[in-house]
Design a protein around this ligand. Structure first.
Ligand code: SAH
Ligand code: SF4
Ligand code: F3S
Length: 434
């Protein structure tokens, strides 16, 4: 039996798919090269904006053809759109045999059995079930042998007014430190060097189980063989001095943080219910720079939130100029059903969103050009993840930039010191140092 999984959305969805692959492998399934060869096709969906919703239905239109060749083949939909739409999704796409969400991935074995017996196996729950931690008993199947994601919390307790995640992923549930460390040790034993802790709001990890994210960082760093630690996503509100101090003290924590600010205008931040002002965000950036020497930043921004004026938008541009992010993920505001912002007055017309987005991208392009230049001649450390053309080794710097280095010796999986010779916006060429 073979499976094929198509994944949309964030790293958490990506890691869920890695876990689903591990579960299916445990059941005796192998990965198919293409969907045409699969006995089970799964789409792990995202519903953060309108666009990913549409993609799911166009993919289902394509995948349904599998049943002409292989009438026993099963088609499943999981993830955030499944959770949000529930039965409505099956009504719209009757070809779906199996449906579940991030709440109950561990129930997939039973769902497959039910679907094989000819029933519709739809399991969309209102609340996460008591036994959801069973999920961690399954391994993950990963493409990258050296860098691994580890989900440390599920759900989100924030209530950003534009966002569907608290609805699709439920309340914040921190995974226990024992369960996390067990997985980290297993990964290191398999050759993983870099551990990337994941959660919608990792900096709030522990708050619901009487612990603190800094504690988790120290404990993960104590595991023998962990050479690098990253985490995503941090929320500015929960990023406190204890966490920043841990980042500075722990040698393995990389000098980079993804810290979404979403908007520069205090009025818009308030309407979004983000829980900080522009000034407070900038203070967090200053604290990070002070403690963690050489730290770099990336962020998420929403353009055209309801009522956003030209002056509001200029505050966003101003923040980009002040912080100089190495990466900016910018999104046009997309109204999501059942969120408070959906019914706010004064939605911004699409032409204005597009025009503001272009200006933002233009500005960021020039900032990134400057940043890229500043890397030339510097010494960096790379964790080599892949190789091209036999001798071109590719890895990431601790500051999260892609770089390549030529070597006759095999550098895969190694942390090497390099000097940057040429630096472009999205890549760098380096020279190996002895
Ligand atoms: N938990 C993370 C973000 C998760 S969603 C955080 O709070 O930072 C990833 C990004 O999608 C968000 O940071 C936001 O920039 C964007 N996003 C979320 N909802 C959106 C919406 N309705 N329209 C446009 N962008 C949105
Ligand atoms: Fe959504 Fe806000 Fe939670 Fe991020 S912190 S997942 S944007 S509600
Ligand atoms: Fe999308 Fe769900 Fe992630 S809505 S961004 S897959 S949490």
């Amino acid at each position: 039996m073979k499976y094929y999984i198509k994944t949309f959305g964030c790293q958490m969805n990506f890691n869920d798919s890695e876990r689903i692959k591990g579960l299916l492998r445990t059941l005796g399934y192998q990965e198919a090269e293409s969907w045409q060869e699969a006995d089970l096709i799964l789409i792990n969906t995202c519903t953060i904006r309108e666009k990913p919703d549409q993609k799911v239905f166009s993919h289902l239109g394509e995948y349904r053809k599998i049943k002409e060749e292989n009438p026993k083949a099963l088609i499943g939909v999981c993830g955030c759109l499944a959770q949000r739409m529930g039965y409505q999704l099956v009504q719209k796409a009757p070809v779906v045999d199996i449906m579940f969400s991030s709440f109950n991935i561990h129930q997939l074995p039973e769902l497959i059995q039910r679907a094989q017996a000819g029933y519709k196996a739809i399991a969309i729950l209102e609340e996460p079930p008591q036994d959801e931690d069973k999920l961690w008993e399954y391994p993950t199947v990963r493409d990258n042998p050296y860098c691994a994601y580890v989900t440390v919390m599920k759900g989100c307790d924030k209530n950003c007014t534009y966002c569907v995640v608290p609805k699709t992923r439920g309340r914040q549930r921190s995974r226990s430190i024992e369960s996390i460390l067990k997985e980290v040790k297993q990964l290191v034993a398999e050759g993983v060097k870099e551990i990337h802790l994941l959660g919608q709001n990792v900096t709030a990890w522990g708050q619901d189980i009487g612990s603190h994210f800094s504690e988790l960082l120290y404990r993960v760093a104590e595991v023998d063989g962990v050479e690098r630690i990253r985490f995503t996503t941090g929320h500015p509100k929960d990023l406190d001095e204890k966490i920043v101090k841990a980042m500075a003290e722990i040698p393995q924590v990389c000098e980079h943080i993804h810290l979404p600010f979403q908007a520069g205008s205090d009025r818009i931040l308030k309407l979004m219910d983000r829980g900080y002002t522009k000034q407070e965000y900038l203070e967090k950036i200053e604290m990070l720079k002070e403690y963690v020497k050489g730290i770099t930043f990336s962020t998420d921004v929403i353009v055209g939130f309801p009522t956003e004026t030209e002056e509001d938008f200029e505050e966003t541009l101003d923040l980009l100029k002040k912080v100089k992010f190495e990466q900016v993920f910018s999104f046009k505001y997309s109204p999501r059903p059942d969120t408070p912002a959906y019914s706010m007055q004064d939605q911004v017309p699409d032409e204005i969103k597009t025009e503001r987005m272009q200006r933002l991208l233009e500005l960021q392009k020039s900032i990134l050009g400057e940043i890229a230049k500043s890397y030339e001649g510097t010494l960096q450390e790379l964790l080599v993840e892949s190789v091209e053309d036999g001798n071109k080794f590719i890895g990431r710097t601790r500051t999260n930039r892609w770089a390549s280095v030529k070597s006759r010796e095999n550098l895969l999986g190694r942390v090497v010191k390099v000097k940057v010779i040429r630096s472009h916006p999205f890549s760098m060429e380096c020279e190996l140092l002895n």
